[in-house]
Design a protein. Structure first.
Length: 257
């Protein structure tokens, strides 16, 4: 889908305006390399470079570096800019005001779009959208032990749904569908896991989605539209957007091939 004209002044603003008018979102997914790609390093800022150096496992560092570099390349392609013209930062945490662990944001170009990022084994995911917030979560599918069906972070309905499924791929997929839906909402709120009672966050796992999920924090309830995305085999992905017009537009996916 073409949203831009190469070289047009104010392209980023035009793209953001077109996305807002249609309530759109874009989601990219990349498979991270086993080792850090030297071509990715020049696109990192100083803080990102320091964080990459602090990661003890080469695979984790490579995934982190690729996620940041690929995010700039993807957004540059969307806006008709060079990757080096993109700057990523963090917003202040809505819960405590600390910018060190708040949700990611686009510092440059200064357009009214919201971002969310997620990494798991075998996938890095970036979501950009309109509205007040967006949240994306990716989880590599793993076998789920029977004890997980009694996890206190699940609602009674979620535990019942998992308990009714036979052990194996179907239950594994259901568990990760629940978890990615919860985490997508948590990321969209910007509060993190510590700011959410996960056991009260009902994800309606029996429904294929999109689903409406309510999140309550300090007496304030917000509603989110959450949908599951099929981006890469073996990885569950969920996207959360504010319930309302911002969540009613199309989601354009860009899986890595």
């Amino acid at each position: 889908m073409a949203l831009r004209e190469e070289g047009t002044p104010g392209t980023a603003t035009s793209v953001a305006g077109a996305m807002a008018a249609r309530g759109e979102a874009h989601v990219w997914c990349w498979r991270p390399p086993e080792r850090t790609d030297p071509a990715d390093l020049p696109l990192l800022d100083t803080e990102e470079f320091r964080r990459a150096l602090s990661l003890p496992a080469e695979r984790d560092a490579a995934a982190f570096v690729r996620s940041r570099a690929a995010a700039r390349r993807a957004l540059a392609g969307l806006f008709g800019l060079e990757p080096g013209e993109l700057a990523l930062a963090r917003s202040a945490c809505p819960g405590c005001g600390d910018a060190g662990h708040g949700p990611p944001r686009l510092a440059a170009p200064p357009v009214p779009l919201v971002l969310s990022m997620s990494r798991t084994a075998g996938a890095c995911v970036l979501a950009v959208g309109t509205g007040s917030a967006i949240g994306v979560d990716a989880e590599a599918l793993r076998p789920v032990r029977a004890a997980a069906t009694a996890d206190p972070d699940l609602t009674a309905a979620e535990r019942g749904h998992l308990g009714a499924l036979p052990a194996g791929p179907e239950r594994d997929a259901a568990f990760h569908r629940i978890w990615t839906r919860k985490e997508a909402v948590v990321k969209a709120t910007g509060l993190g896991l510590s700011g959410t009672e996960l056991g009260l966050l009902e994800t309606h796992p029996a429904r294929p989605g999109p689903v409406r999920i309510l999140h309550t924090h300090r007496g304030r309830t917000t509603a989110w539209t959450v949908e599951d995305l099929a981006l890469v085999e073996g990885v569950a992905v969920a996207l959360a957007r504010p319930a309302g017009p911002a969540a009613h537009g199309p989601v354009h996916t860009h899986p890595d091939h």
